[in-house]
Each structure stands twice: as C-alpha cells, then as structure tokens.
Write a new protein. Structure first.
Length: 285
C-alpha cells in the first residue's frame, strides 16, 4: 500500500508558530524532505524530533522527485517542509505534490504559517481580493507582464523580497505604479524585530535610500481605486468624438438606442446628453 505525502507548514520566524498536528506528523513519518536540512534540524532539535532528513530543493528536484515518489510507492510516508512557512509557496513543493498526484499517491496539506497571509493581515490593506506574485521575476518579459498588470489592477498585490534587492525592486514598482500608490513594507515577520511600515511608493524609496534594508521583506501593494480606473476610462472615451463613438457600436450591429445607451455608460453621462449632442450634430435627425 502506497504511503502519503504530508505538506507541513513550519514557523516563519517564531518557533511557537507550529501546530500540534504538524509536530505529530513530523515524528511519525519515515522521512522528512527539507529545503535546507541545516535550517530544519534546528526546528527538529527544538522539539526533540529524531526523524531522518533528506534534502529537496530547487536545484535537486529533478533527481530527487522520482526517488521520493518511489519511496512513497513502496509504502513510506514523507513529510515535506520548506525553510519557513507553507510548502509549495515559492518553493518546489508544488512539483513533488504534482508528481504524487500523477503517481496516484495521496497528498494532504497541514495548514500553518505563511508569510504571504501574515503580511496581508498585518498590512491593513484590502484583503477581499489579492494577488501573490512571490519574487519579482528576473526575466524582463515576464517582469514587464507583471508590472503592466499592477498599473490597472484593483487587487492588493504581495511580493517577497531580499534585503539586498529591496531598493531596486521599490524603484521598479514606483516606476510602474507611480509615487502616490500606497505600500506596506513588512519585515522579519513573527520575529523580535517585526515591523510593518506604511508609505506611499515615493516615501518608501526615500526611507530606504537613507536606511539600509535588513531582514526578509514582504511588500503589500494596494490596488488602484476602481473609481479612479473608471474615471480614467471615461476620460479616454471623452477624447473621441461622440459620433465616432456611436459608429463604433453601430458597426457591431447595435441599434441606435442600444449604441446611445452604451456610449452614455462609457462616458459617464446620461443617455439624454448623448442624444442632445447627436441631435446638435444632426446625426440622428
């Protein structure tokens, strides 16, 4: 009978942030696959857990994934842990989970700490809709795609960043969204020196140009106000002559009544006003 893969969330800083269930599973499984065994052994020693460790990370996942899958097919239970937080969030845990599903091996996730959720709740930003981007892509095309979305999204967007790249990333984000967009810069989450500083993008740049970034960072960027987007869209439509605007919808097969209704909606005015403008231009006489 095949074993099970347990995705175990571990603390992101404070060692007390671990569930009783995770501790039990870490003791009971046959082996623990860890992103960095040197980090994980500190956690295991703290809780006096003696389960054997194997390494599983971005640079060895191609060779280790089939080996771990084979062990589970042979009946072993394996716990997967990352350096900190929940496996599969910005680490190769998703690859092992996918391989297990393809091999018919049971996978279960044991919830716990995740820096993305901790930062979001700490930031005070809108949490109803959010996007997690992980680290800003190094590839220029991929990064450009992310930045283009940022300019128009109403969602809160969350990034991870290392201290030595923070200032560069803030410059890139500021160029994409402008100096007035709000951002919460969270660092050292759950640790002694935890902080969540709130800035505009311009203020964040000035602050970290004068104060050297230290610790691990999570950036929580507010989305664009939906009303602002609507006003920008209306302003763009207003640049177009009303008769040309009408022709755009008439060309799509709309009736004059339907077209006037849509034009009025696009421009943020009443249908009566559109009718008056068209009548003045003798468009609908």
């Amino acid at each position: 009978m095949a074993g099970t893969l347990y995705l175990c969330a571990t603390p992101i800083g404070n060692l007390e942030d671990i569930t009783l269930r995770v501790l039990r599973i870490l003791e009971e499984v046959d082996v623990i696959a860890a992103e960095d065994t040197r980090q994980t052994i500190k956690l295991l020693n703290h809780y006096e857990i003696k389960t054997p460790l194997v390494s599983y990370h971005e640079h060895n996942k191609m060779e280790k994934t089939p080996l771990l899958v084979a062990r589970m097919q042979a009946g072993e239970n394996i716990a997967l842990v990352t350096d900190a937080g929940t496996p599969a969030i910005s680490d190769p845990g998703e690859d092992l989970a996918r391989a297990c599903y393809e091999a018919g091996i049971e996978v279960t996730s044991l919830p716990g700490a995740a820096a993305v959720i901790t930062a979001l709740t700490l930031s005070g930003m809108k949490a109803r809709r959010f996007t997690f981007e992980g680290f800003l892509p190094l590839d220029k095309k991929e990064r450009a795609s992310v930045l283009e979305r940022l300019a128009n999204t109403t969602c809160t967007t969350i990034f991870y960043e290392a201290p030595h790249r923070l200032l560069k990333t803030l410059h890139i984000l500021c160029e994409a969204v402008g100096e007035e967009r709000k951002i919460a810069v969270c660092r050292e989450l759950t640790k002694r020196h935890e902080s969540a500083l709130h800035f505009t993008m311009g203020e964040a740049l000035l602050y970290y140009e004068e104060n050297e970034p230290k610790g691990e960072f999570v950036l929580v960027l507010e989305g664009v106000d939906a009303k602002v987007l609507e006003q920008q869209a209306q302003a763009k439509w207003m640049e177009m002559p009303v008769e040309q605007h009408m022709e755009q919808y008439l060309g799509q097969g709309m009736s004059k009544k339907e077209a006037m209704k849509q034009v009025a909606k696009d421009r943020g005015v009443s249908k009566r006003e559109i009718y008056a403008q068209l009548l003045h231009r003798e468009i609908i006489m």
